[in-house]
Write a new protein. Structure first.
Length: 558
């Protein structure tokens, strides 16, 4: 998913202090005391194959629309034409209690209007038969908000937890056991037939929703396996007679050509994740791989990471990164890239591509956002970070009662309706005439839609993964699937595939502080010679404990 830099930067420490959690929470101390008699935060590992009997029985929805472009799994299929005839899949309103549902979801951009101020929320809630009241949190600081919320034991009825944030929450499995409903009996086996949209989800997505040997959440299946993409302003490159780069040397040479501070143009935002991929830095389980002797090795310990660090530090030193990004002023990289053209190459999530093109081409007809294929500095096949982990998980507040759980699951089921349904069109495009206009190629969003629709209902549900169709960007599906099907063959192999690992609390708590130290190195605030001391600090503050856990949890051969 896409990330957004908030308008007013708030440090992790200051953010948590607002909730009265103080230094213990900032340092990654136990947020949930008294949850377990086991050693606090020691980490766990579960073989997900052992819990197949807890999963919903997969059942395809009848009348599914055949795709126009087939994706190589885990790449989803693509659709070029919007269905001309939409069907009502759910005839009864899922809400029956009349009691407001509270929900928290992330968004990377200006917060949309809330309940009572949004025609979009009003329309969808009317179809649900029960109001959903969203608290929208900035995606950049979402992990901080989650930590604060879990520490206070004050959660909404429905809580979205993006998959990439799970690894930042110390003792998350314990939090689940204390704060959220066990959904196993509601969904395992044929029980899922009561929620046909959910029963149609890929079984692999449900596997990831197992915690504490129970089915703990609703997964939002991934609609793309890639963690990051390097996007280019191809229209700006074309205007300069430059081609999309095919090597790191080519990328850096073009970056120097396009950077022109006098014209307020710079090559990059923070592209360190992509630079790491170009050097084949490991990304599995946050950055682990196996040495030749079979022992786990973290990315900080590898020569590839050192090389990537040096290259990225040189990129900063050469002034190729937009100064607002360097200064952490809360610059919106998306606006600098897609709207103003102040950045030519931008690292972001795959989900930015279509939305950014659709929004900004309205004022710039020449706009052409295209990905840069991933390459290898050392030659040979590239290495691509990613996998089939769900986009996010939806958790249900514990103690709401059996009937309320069923109502919440019915709401989630409605929100998970697939392409070709009236429900999905309302969820994705809002009200015709207000949020979209109808065209032969499908709905086209209005300005009001871009203001009010922020994936609110998407982030409390899931849906069978598909790409398109999009009337505003008719070539997007072909472009996206051409890139995806080319890159998916290079996805990194995870030595711990099929094992759910809850990293030790100390390792999780030290993740952000350690990344901050390396950021200081990249931006010239600390010398490169400090890398060895940072590595030793990382080992002592949870790194070695994580290594032992991963060594013990490797799948056994045979």
């Amino acid at each position: 998913m896409t990330r957004h830099n908030p308008g007013v930067p708030t440090s992790r420490r200051n953010f948590l202090s607002l909730f009265g959690l103080g230094a213990a929470a900032v340092a990654g101390g136990p947020l949930l005391t008294g949850c377990s008699e086991a050693p606090a935060g020691s980490g766990t590992a579960q073989n997900l194959d052992a819990f197949a009997h807890l999963l919903p029985t997969h059942k395809e929805l009848s009348g599914a629309i055949a795709p126009d472009v087939v994706g190589t799994r885990p790449v989803p299929d693509g659709y070029l034409k919007y269905p001309s005839n939409l069907v009502d899949l759910i005839t009864e309103k899922p809400g029956s209690s009349g009691t407001e549902i509270t929900a928290m979801t992330p968004h990377w951009g200006p917060a949309p209007p809330g309940l009572g101020q949004s025609a979009y929320l009003q329309a969808v809630n009317a179809e649900l038969g029960v109001p959903v009241n969203f608290t929208i949190q900035d995606g950049i600081t979402y992990a901080d908000k989650l930590n604060a919320m879990l520490g206070a034991r004050d959660v909404p009825d429905l809580l979205c937890v993006p998959s990439w944030e799970v690894d930042k929450i110390p003792r998350f499995a314990e939090a689940i056991g204390v704060l959220f409903e066990d959904l196993t009996e509601h969904l395992k086996g044929n029980a899922a037939e009561a929620y046909p949209m959910l029963a149609a989800f890929p079984t692999g997505a449900w596997r990831h929703a197992i915690w504490n040997e129970r089915l703990a959440a609703i997964p939002n299946p991934t609609d793309g396996p890639f963690a990051w993409v390097m996007f280019s302003r191809k229209d700006l490159l074309d205007a300069r007679g430059l081609a999309i780069p095919t090597s790191l040397d080519d990328l850096l040479a073009i970056a120097k050509q396009v950077t022109d501070p006098a014209r307020k143009v710079w090559a990059f935002n923070d592209v360190f994740a992509m630079i790491q991929m170009y050097h084949k830095v490991p990304g599995s389980k946050q950055g682990w791989r196996l040495r030749s002797d079979g022992t786990p090795e973290f990315k900080y310990e590898t020569p590839e990471f050192r090389q990537a660090l040096e290259v990225m530090a040189k990129i900063y030193q050469d002034g190729l990164v937009h100064p607002d990004i360097v200064a952490s002023k809360g610059a919106d990289a998306k606006q600098l890239f897609a709207k103003s053209g102040n950045i030519v190459f931008m690292q972001d999530g795959f989900g930015f591509w279509q939305a950014g093109q659709a929004e900004h081409q309205k004022t710039n007809k020449a706009l052409n956002i295209q990905p840069v294929p991933i390459f290898s500095v050392a030659g040979g096949d590239p290495l691509v970070w990613g996998g089939d982990q769900p986009i996010s998980y939806t958790f249900v507040k514990k103690g709401v009662g059996e009937e309320r759980v069923k109502e919440l699951l019915r709401v989630i089921n409605w929100c998970s309706a697939p392409l070709g349904s009236q429900e999905a069109q309302l969820r994705d495009f809002g009200v015709e005439g207000r949020h979209h206009t109808r065209t032969p190629n499908g709905p086209i969003k209005t300005d009001l839609a871009f203001k009010e629709i922020a994936n609110q209902y998407f982030f409390i549900s899931g849906r069978n993964p598909t790409i398109g169709p999009f009337a505003e960007t008719p070539t997007y599906v072909q472009d996206a699937l051409a890139y995806s099907n080319a890159m998916v063959r290079y996805l990194e192999k995870d030595p711990w595939a099929g094992v759910k690992v809850e990293m030790p609390a100390a390792f999780k708590a030290n993740q952000v502080p350690t990344e901050d130290k390396f950021t200081d190195v990249l931006r010239g605030r600390r010398p490169l010679s400090d890398v060895d001391s940072i590595l030793q600090e990382w080992k002592a503050a949870g790194g070695e404990a994580a290594r032992q856990l991963l060594a013990d949890s490797l799948p056994k051969a045979g």
